[in-house]
Design a protein around this ligand. Sequence first.
Ligand SMILES: CC(C)C[C@H](NC(=O)CN)C(=O)O
Length: 559
Amino acid sequence: MPLNCLEAPCTKAKHLDMMNCISLVCLLLCTGVSSFRFEELTQYLKSHEEEFIETLRQWIVVESDSSDVTKRSDLHRMMDMTAEKLRLIGGSVEMVDVGTQSLPNGSSIALPKVVTAQFGSDPSKRTVCVYGHVDVQPAKKEDGWATEPYELTDIDGNLYGRGASDNKAPVLAWIHTVEVYKALNIDLPVNVKFIIEGMEETGSNGLDDMIVAQKDSFFSDVDYIIISDCVWLSKRPALTYGTRGNCYFYAEVEGPKKDLHSGVYGGTVMEPMTDLIGILDKLISPSGKILIPGIREAVAHLSDDEWRMYQDIEFDLETYKRDVGIKELMYSNKVDLLAHRWRYPTVSIHGIEGAFSSSGTKTVIPAKVIGKFSIRQVPNMDPALVEKQVTDYLRSVFAKRNSPNKLNVTMVIGAKPWLADPKHPLYEAGKAAVKRVFDVEPDLIREGGTIPVARTFQDVTGKSIIMLPIGGFDDGLHSQNEKISRYNYIEGTKLFIAYLHETTKALLLLSGSGNPHCQRSVEEAHIRPDSAFQRLCLSERLGIAQMIADLCLLTDAEP
Ligand SMILES: CC(C)C[C@H](NC(=O)CN)C(=O)O
């Protein structure tokens, strides 16, 4: 019985019949999909566990905090170490200069180079590109860490250290995936490329331009991009199909020419800090309602399907409360809580530069203060519009205060949200890999945090992205006592090994027996969620998918 082709423009292969399926299986056999030596690969991994933890230790010790310019030499060293590691296992590595960063005092400083690497360029294989970052958020012992943040400390199987989960261990897990194949002299099922940056935690400065510049070179043969810079929702492994974006603002209020004694001058001048707190208070209500006109109106409505997906996810609010360490949440039902974590915007106030913040009782009136806040972005918000909405609104709120002080609002990060189709074959491959390693179905989740470059990858290169997290729900990203468990680090590496295998099948499926028109059309269909075309592709592909999956099962002999 003939089966319909994957999509309309693919005329030659309009009817994929049994013969075509058989030739596809032959292709699977030729590309090595049939001889997956999973046991051997994971045995090697297990027997080298301590070595892989030692490498993580050497990476954690580097204070690669991208937000602190005094640590820039550490960050450069971190990029060198990443390049060296990739070279050591046989990658052809480049360190791409992405220019300089302008500092508030008018000077500039070199951005960390972006590391790219390539393993294999076999034209008969598909090419995947792994993105990750090796910069970290700030951390000091006195912030409340129980251990030294830059010394990897193993307590009860948890590996504590700044950047352990975000994102050094996942980057290493991908590198080790390639290393294990190489060490055993087993052919990688795909060509693997890496793009590792050092400015993710401050908005990926320089990377967007580099992606645009290398669209037709480094990215030209990339079939899709994998990002493992997020965490599971619970103890169950997950696949992530969306991230929120982030618009980060500085609101600077400047008053007297120098700091003043509040006893001598207090009561006679309008204080910049009072103005700043006054306007920040008008951003969001205590119940979480964003007060900036136009923001809430832009948000895509929660569909019935989404509601059902959230409802079906196992998620315990009590565990969540315990992890956060609070008595009450903003929402007491699961769907509302997940929706506000993943797919609604929120305002967070992060800090005030110039304010007195040490211990003690200094009685100063600070002359200039900079409030720092960000708004997480969701479909269909547009950072350029948000910048205008926020600036206009804060100016009008400030004007009502009749203050002689000066207000200056700037948006320093404008990262868009990213959303994929969790029914894409890449996610089917993810499910199969999770099943193989953990013997469960993964949660399909979104992520409240931001990977600034995710949307750029998609928009500029036109490639699909899958996010494959290995971090635990309680890893404490950006927080005190960040960690990754040994279990997640090592089983996560196993997951990546399995994923490269499963994805080879998925990519063959995507390519519609290798017809490039089919490939392009399916990719396009998945980049435009909700199109009628995509629905057609998906529904027509399901039958074929099932059939090929069944045939693959026959060929998937373990050693
Ligand atoms: C734009 C932010 C600084 C990016 C940051 N990203 C991550 O933490 C991803 N690991 C975020 O705050 O979401």
